[in-house]
Design a binder for this molecule. Structure first.
Ligand code: AGP
Length: 624
């Protein structure tokens, strides 16, 4: 995904644009650029790489301007180079465009424009939009109409901001199934892909709905449908607290967010589980929009729950792995058959869901295109839908019938950590709620489970206090070229998540397996150069997992364990042991992942990797 920003007012545009881009760097950082109107002309400054590269250019040649648009890029079409960096313009520099999303029919449009002798300077789909708007503007000298005619030709999901020296006091922006927020200040207006970027300047926010065009001026805005009909809608006053993007003394956001997990878990439990002796009551106080944000909770009635004959969970990446744990939780507590689907694998398939299916979409950002597409299909097929997200102002929050919002604050680091723990907590709470409503959980068992949940944050803190031991362990294996992670049952997803963390933070190839699967082929990769990380927790799969570890050891693999503190069996088998407090297998995923997060972090730090913004990644992938 990319980040779009804009400013228009009496102040200097460049500092505001840069500050807004800084807030959106999590959306992609392959290049950054901005377009301003200076002395009546369009001025474009852009650079491949991080925002700091653009800032370096701006130090040398800061334009004087009071209106501009900006962009931070995650490359989809065209390599991350200067020439492909946004903004893009037409040849005559009548129009500058920044773009988020994909223009699916850009090749057809590009061919049409090439036949009209238009010249292209980049490999991007975005540049097509600049030429198309310019083409229509030449015909009717009305920018709003030109924008409307151009977007009527576009296919795909996208958001755009457009600037023209012909309209030095206007910014035109388009939202088509994406996200764009307008901020309205005193004689100044702001624009950003994410409201958190404009919130430091104003709390008067207007979120563009699907297929809308806004004409921004310093005195306000006009909203239009794609058909050209004016839309009347007032901004909302955002009560959301200002999120100060600050490392809080930690070297990296990632380390800060790993250490925030006990607090995040306490906050999520406190919100949904205020008192261990009261039933988990996730019913909403008031469903619907409050200050533009969905209140959180579930409206599934006892009858509806009784009528659910299966659950389907759809997600990507780390969210997918939390959903896999969620499957084990829900089946164990509520005895509802639950499947987990990779959201991108649902595309093009007929979803066999109906009104007796509960489809749960898990997404930290609430903007992941694959996940949104999957949940929309499920909803169209009649399924009841539930979202679990960290962003109550996201698309996902607007689409699903019910919503559990996690209480993590903004997760800045691209690699998900604290939101994973909060997603797990949401599944434990949901599982308890469903089981209670189905009469499958006695008050005594329910109270005991809730009490155990409330103890977890303290146990997490105990693990975090042994971070130095884990750092020492990580340093021993930082030269590995391939690492295997394995676990069974509740900790099979933990193995997958541990492998993903190591891959995305260190670029070391790592694979996660169900421990029982290793002997069916993957064990062939093992030798003295391959560390094997085994997650061992006392419970029904402990013995078999230990056997799988011994099979690996017999192939000379370097043996690393995540094991409970009073497990003595592991001492003679493993070269390295990362200890966690003794915990019931059922709740262990809330603990076993933490040593693996720290293992990946310290390895990446030792290797000098870009911990908070790993190469090729973006915080949320809003393209399919
Ligand atoms: C996890 O560390 C990655 N950042 C990635 O796998 C992420 O979990 C995935 O892209 C899903 O994002 P979402 O939770 O915002 O939908």
């Amino acid at each position: 995904m990319c980040g779009i920003v804009g400013y228009l007012g009496s102040g200097s545009a460049v500092p505001v644009l840069v500050s807004e881009l800084r807030s959106l760097e999590y959306r992609g950082y392959d290049s950054a650029g901005l377009a301003v109107i200076e002395d009546g002309n369009l001025r474009i400054l852009k650079a491949a790489g991080k925002l700091s590269n653009l800032e370096h250019i701006l130090k040398e040649q800061a334009p004087i301007a009071t209106v501009g648009i900006g962009h931070t890029r995650w490359a989809t079409h065209g390599e991350p180079t200067d020439r492909n960096a946004h903004p893009h313009t037409d040849e005559a520099k009548v129009v500058a465009v920044v773009h988020n999303g994909i223009i699916e029919n850009y090749r057809e449009l590009k061919d049409e424009l090439l036949k009209k002798d238009y010249k292209f300077g980049s490999d991007t789909d975005t540049e097509v939009v600049a030429h198309l708007v310019s083409y229509y503007y030449k015909q009717n000298k009305d920018m709003l109409n030109a924008v409307r005619q151009a977007v009527s030709r576009l296919q795909g999901i996208y958001a755009l901001a457009i600037l023209s020296p012909a309209y030095p006091d206007r910014i035109f922006a388009v939202n088509h199934h994406y996200s764009l927020t307008v901020g309205l200040g005193e004689n100044e207006s702001f624009l950003a892909s994410d409201g958190l970027a404009v919130r430091p300047y104003t709390n008067q926010l207007l979120r563009l709905e699907q297929s809308e065009i806004v004409e921004l001026s310093s005195s306000g805005y006009k909203l239009y449908s794609f058909e050209g009909k004016e839309v009347k809608r007032s901004p909302i006053t955002s009560e959301g607290s200002l999120y100060i993007i600050d490392k809080g003394g930690y070297k990296h956001f990632l380390l800060k967010e790993i250490n925030e997990q006990p607090t995040v878990l306490r906050q999520t439990l406190a919100k949904y589980l205020p008192d261990t002796h009261k039933p988990v009551n996730l019913k909403k106080e008031n469903k619907g929009l409050v200050n533009g944000l969905h209140t959180a909770g579930i409206t599934l009635t006892k009858e509806q729950i009784k009528n659910i004959d299966r659950i389907q969970i759809v997600a990507c990446g780390t969210a997918l792995y939390s959903g896999m744990v969620g499957k084990y939780i829900i089946e164990a507590l509520a005895q509802i058959p639950t499947e987990v689907e990779i959201a991108s694998e649902i595309r093009g398939r007929k979803l066999l869901v109906n009104e007796r299916t509960l489809t749960i979409a898990v997404s930290q950002s609430g903007e992941t295109a694959d996940t949104l597409a999957a949940i929309k299909e499920a909803k169209e097929a009649g399924s009841h839908t539930l979202g679990i997200t960290n962003r109550p102002d996201s698309h996902l929050a607007h689409i699903t019938t019910d919503l559990i919002t996690t209480e993590c604050g903004i997760e800045v680091s691209v690699a998900s950590t604290k939101t994973y723990i909060a997603q797990l907590a949401s599944f434990y709470l949901l599982g308890i709620y469903l089981a209670e409503e189905k009469g499958l959980l006695s008050p005594q068992k329910s109270a005991e489970l809730k009490h155990q949940l409330h103890l977890i944050p303290t146990w997490q803190e105990k693990i975090l206090s042994s971070s130095e031991d884990i750092r020492q362990a990580a340093l021993k294996y930082s030269s590995a070229k391939d690492v295997v992670f394995m676990g069974r049952g509740f900790n099979y997803p933990t193995a997958l998540e541990g492998a993903l963390k190591l891959k995305e933070l260190t670029y070391i190839h790592a694979s996660g397996y169900a421990a029982g699967e290793l002997k069916h082929g993957p064990i062939a990769v093992l030798d003295e150069n391959v560390p094997v990380v085994t997650i061992l927790v006392p419970g029904v799969v402990y013995e078999k997992t230990l056997s799988n570890a011994l099979e690996s050891k017999a192939r000379q693999a370097k043996m690393i364990a995540v094991a409970v503190e009073d497990d003595k069996n592991v001492d003679s088998i493993f070269d390295t042991i990362m200890r966690i407090p003794t915990v019931d297998e059922f709740l262990s995923p809330l603990l076993t992942v933490i040593p693996l997060q720290l293992f990946a972090y310290f390895t990446a730090e030792a290797l000098g990797k870009d911990v908070d913004q790993p190469r090729n990644l973006a915080k949320s992938v809003t393209v399919e």
